[in-house]
Design a protein around this ligand. Structure first.
Ligand SMILES: Nc1nc2c(c(=O)[nH]1)N[C@@H](CN(C=O)c1ccc(C(=O)N[C@@H](CCC(=O)O)C(=O)O)cc1)CN2
Length: 296
């Protein structure tokens, strides 16, 4: 039976460490500042944004949420972002995704200053990650949080085969770069990967990371015995149940370690957002934080 990778517990450790780092910054009169913009009233996004507010408050980050109507114009949104780019109290800017269809998400992402781009979605930061640049820059928080989970569980990566299912900018693409930078061999699968190739790669994978939004896409029979399985999916079923992209019961019987949903990657996304906010604040004030990348 697989060991459970407890994202809630590891997120708690990350937040404790951050609270200490924020205390140190405050002795230098630096208070990390995070601004979250939410457009419209998507119920799940409202919950995530409220959870971000609470979590930021607990570790001592100065937090503000800007709530905009669903029909806000693109020009107004971009003007707000440009003002925040100029505001010295704001170290980190996040625009909650998804946005209403009339707003160009790519334009929004590239308008956020790369130095305040706490999501790591600005093309400059994506490029730095892809190029594996040896300098500090923000990286998407879900895959960055997955790396913390893997490190916390001492999962070996060098020379191992990692299979990432899903190629989103939020998860799959940055995950590929982070795993490759950690010297894993990485295969990125998507909807056009032929079934037999998908099965063959999954069966050989030492690490499997799934983020597709398709409940139960990966089952125990797909996996190599002892594999580490990270489920990034969050799917609400019609009966209200929250499940991932991996069929937990069958996968748990084969895997060596596995994240649950809920309580796996989700809590790490928010803890890592706070981590990146603190890192950006330190970067803006040219202060070296201890344990910058390897926070645990
Ligand atoms: N600009 C961004 N937008 C979105 C991101 C992001 O990283 N940046 N990620 C997701 C939503 N998200 C944070 O924004 C997020 C999703 C889920 C969780 C979480 O803790 N999930 C819990 C379950 C919660 C529930 O009951 O619904 C879990 O998995 O245990 C945190 C953050 C999309 N948008």
């Amino acid at each position: 039976m697989a060991e459970i990778i407890d994202g809630k517990a590891i997120a708690q450790l990350v937040r404790q460490k951050l609270a200490e780092q924020v205390e140190v910054l405050k002795t230098k009169s630096i208070v990390p500042g995070l601004t979250v913009i939410i457009v419209g009233d998507d119920p799940a996004s409202q919950i995530y944004v409220r959870n971000k507010e609470r979590a930021a408050q607990k570790v001592g980050i100065a937090h503000q949420t800007i709530r905009l109507a669903a029909d806000v114009t693109e020009a107004s949104l971009l003007t707000i972002i440009k003002k925040l780019n100029q505001d010295d109290q704001v170290d980190a800017i996040l625009v909650q995704s998804p946005l209403p269809n009339h707003l160009n998400e790519q334009l929004v992402q590239e308008t956020i200053s790369p130095e305040k781009d706490v999501d790591g979605f600005n093309p400059i930061n994506i490029g730095k990650l892809y190029a594996n640049r040896h300098e500090y820059y923000p990286v998407a928080n879900t895959p960055k949080g997955v790396m913390t989970l893997l490190m916390a569980h001492h999962v070996p990566l060098r020379g191992k085969l990692a299979v990432v299912v899903g190629r989103s900018i939020l998860v799959g693409k940055p995950m590929l770069s982070l795993l490759e930078a950690a010297n894993a061999s990485v295969a990125l699968l998507h909807r056009y990967t032929p079934d037999d190739l998908r099965r063959s790669l999954l069966k050989q994978a030492d690490i499997v990371i799934v983020g597709t939004g398709i409940p139960g896409l990966v089952v125990g029979d797909d996996l190599k015995s002892g594999a580490t399985v990270i489920d990034v999916g969050i799917n609400r079923l019609s009966d209200g149940q929250l499940v991932g992209d991996v069929d937990f019961a069958s996968a748990q019987a084969v895997a060596g370690a596995i994240t649950p949903v809920p309580g796996g990657v989700g809590p790490m996304t928010i803890a890592t957002l706070l981590q990146t906010t603190v890192e950006l604040a330190a970067q803006h004030h040219q202060i070296e934080l201890a344990d910058k990348w390897q926070i645990i």
